[in-house]
Design a protein around this ligand. Structure first.
Ligand code: B12
Ligand code: SF4
Length: 468
């Protein structure tokens, strides 16, 4: 049997990305879980803009597995419909399909809810014998014995190749985040297995690709004892590595010292907002606005580049507070900002609250849930005003003056961190300079496509609202 695993993607910028930095680990992990007698290929749609347009993937596979986020669901269904029309068996999985299995089943032969490990081989064997069930429910198993991701299947275009996942879940419960619902609890992999993946090198990797490891974890350093053991193991490996962590790690100087020793060059912090009222609304209890400056400085003191996520659209936000974040995050010392629009996903407290308050814009297609568009009614401005405020924030944060200041400041960091900050700021700064701005959903191919998903979603959500 031949299997294609497709990581669905729709460009979120008018002219897409000139460079693809870090691949998802999802596809190469699923490929590693696939029995060796099945011929497997991993397709990253983000590398091939043709597929996001009129065409479908060129494939001789018997089975196509689609993994997608909510923002890309319409494109996933377009692909699924076209592939099934050509006789392919289509299986859906991932965060969107997990929370919208009925919708996904209108376009796919089978849906895997939750994590794949416990059911993937069964699903593939059933597909082989033409006896697929419509729904498989994955259970969350302990994370020991996971295979090394199939790095050999990654295409050349990605700048970083060694992507690793070492933990699953997060003990916090931010209102907009699906992680607590998707992967409840917090699980760690055995450290020797993580280090095995971090040690791995493919023969064709460049110096940079051998050096860098990118942890695609939600909150890597939650378990301090496990973290200390991991970092101690990493310290001898001469790697430069990056991850996502919650800001409370900066209250632990010994851990920060170990981060430096282990070769950490970048930490992504979910700062989200500079207003305490918004943090309270988000249930972001680990963040304290008054500590941001010291927290960032503590990481800088260890040479670490601070990447940080910010969200526009909380109930206390207005246009001015959103746009003001551009100057505030610069002043705080953030090296690389990631600027999103608040997005309600099913499976989160935010979704439940906005549904109850009748504030979800359910007639909007899934493209509005890609993190750069508006899928709900804010309190202090119209949806359009929030979109405009986000674009103004984005353009000011990546203006030549702001970008140049962040690049100049990064010289004080570890050379790998300085390089990372320069490359990422250059990447986004160039986009701002050349007008390669975030796309507005109704302009994108995925939303102009016939959106039956939208209809289903409206009906299902209405039914749910009535039922509750
Ligand atoms: C790494 C990551 C990223 C990375 C890489 C993106 C990528 N394409 O993988 C970056 C930082 C770029 C990113 C960006 C965004 N992300 Co993100 N990201 C994650 C994160 C933290 C881990 C995903 C991961 O790699 N896990 C490790 C791999 C091995 O497992 P997995 O992907 O979870 O897959 C398992 C199961 O889901 C399942 N599975 C998955 N696909 C399939 C397919 C089939 C066929 C089967 C059978 C099973 C299956 O089996 C796998 C093994 O158990 C998750 C949180 C999470 N815990 O899932 C959020 C998450 C997926 N991201 C999310 C969001 C919203 C975004 C953004 C839109 C945020 C924004 N505001 O801009 C952007 C989208 C940009 C983009 N280009 O895609 C949401 C998605 C919610 C939703 N309903 O769509 C999540 C769940 C976090 C959250 N906030 O709730 N993200
Ligand atoms: S800390 Fe991050 S991963 Fe954890 S619940 Fe909050 S947003 Fe999600």
């Amino acid at each position: 049997m031949k299997l294609d695993i497709v990581i669905v993607y729709v460009p979120r910028y008018i002219h897409g990305h000139a460079t693809q930095f870090v691949p998802p680990v999802t596809g190469i992990h699923l490929a590693a879980l696939t029995p060796p007698d099945i011929e497997v290929r991993v397709v990253h749609q983000q590398l091939d803009p043709v597929m996001g347009g009129q065409e479908i993937i060129e494939t001789d596979a018997d089975v196509v597995a689609l993994s997608f986020f909510s923002g890309f669901a319409t494109e996933a269904y377009r692909l699924a419909d076209a592939l099934r029309a050509r006789g392919k068996t289509v299986i859906a999985g991932g965060p969107h399909a997990t929370f919208w299995p009925d919708e996904a089943l209108q376009h796919c032969d089978s849906v895997v809810i939750g994590e794949a490990e416990s059911v993937w081989v069964e699903v593939l064997r059933d597909a082989e014998h033409a006896s697929l069930h419509p729904v498989y429910r994955g259970t969350a198993l302990p994370l020991s014995g996971l295979p090394r991701p199939r790095y050999d299947l990654l295409p050349d275009q990605f700048v970083v190749r060694r992507v690793v996942q070492a933990t699953r879940g997060c003990p916090f419960s931010c209102s907009f985040c699906t992680v607590p619902g998707l992967q409840p609890g917090f699980r760690t992999r055995p450290i020797d297995e993580v280090l095995r993946d971090v040690a791995h090198e493919e023969p064709d990797w460049t110096w940079w690709q051998r050096r860098v490891a990118w942890f695609w974890d939600d909150n890597l350093l939650v378990n301090r004892r496990w973290s200390r053991d991991l970092l101690t193991g990493m310290a001898g490996m001469k790697r430069w590595w990056l991850t996502q962590a919650s800001i409370d790690i900066t209250r632990d100087p010994a851990l920060l010292d170990l981060l430096e020793k282990s070769g950490c060059i970048g930490i992504f912090l979910g700062i989200e907002s500079l207003q305490s009222s918004s943090l309270a609304e988000a249930g972001k209890r680990q963040n304290r606005v008054t500590e941001y400056r010291d927290a960032i400085a503590a990481l800088h003191d260890r040479g670490i580049c601070v990447m940080a996520g910010f969200i526009a659209g909380f109930d206390h936000d207005d246009r001015d507070s959103v746009v003001a974040m551009a100057d505030q995050l610069l002043d705080l010392g953030v090296d690389v900002p990631f600027l999103s629009v608040l997005t309600p996903f099913r499976g989160t407290p935010l979704w439940d609250r906005l549904l109850a308050e009748d504030r979800l814009l359910l007639d909007r297609g899934w493209g509005h849930s890609n993190g750069y568009n508006v899928a709900f009614r804010p309190t202090r401005m119209s949806p359009q005003a929030l979109l405009d405020a986000h674009r103004a924030l984005w353009q000011r944060a990546f203006s030549p003056a702001h970008t140049a200041r962040r690049i100049a400041r990064a010289r004080r960091l570890h050379p790998g961190a300085a390089m990372m900050s320069t490359v990422m700021n250059g990447f986004y700064g160039k986009k701002a300079l050349t007008g390669n701005l975030p796309t507005t959903a109704q302009d994108s191919a995925q939303d102009s496509a016939q959106d039956s998903a939208q209809q289903t979603r409206t009906c299902t959500a209405t039914a749910l609202a009535i039922a509750s």
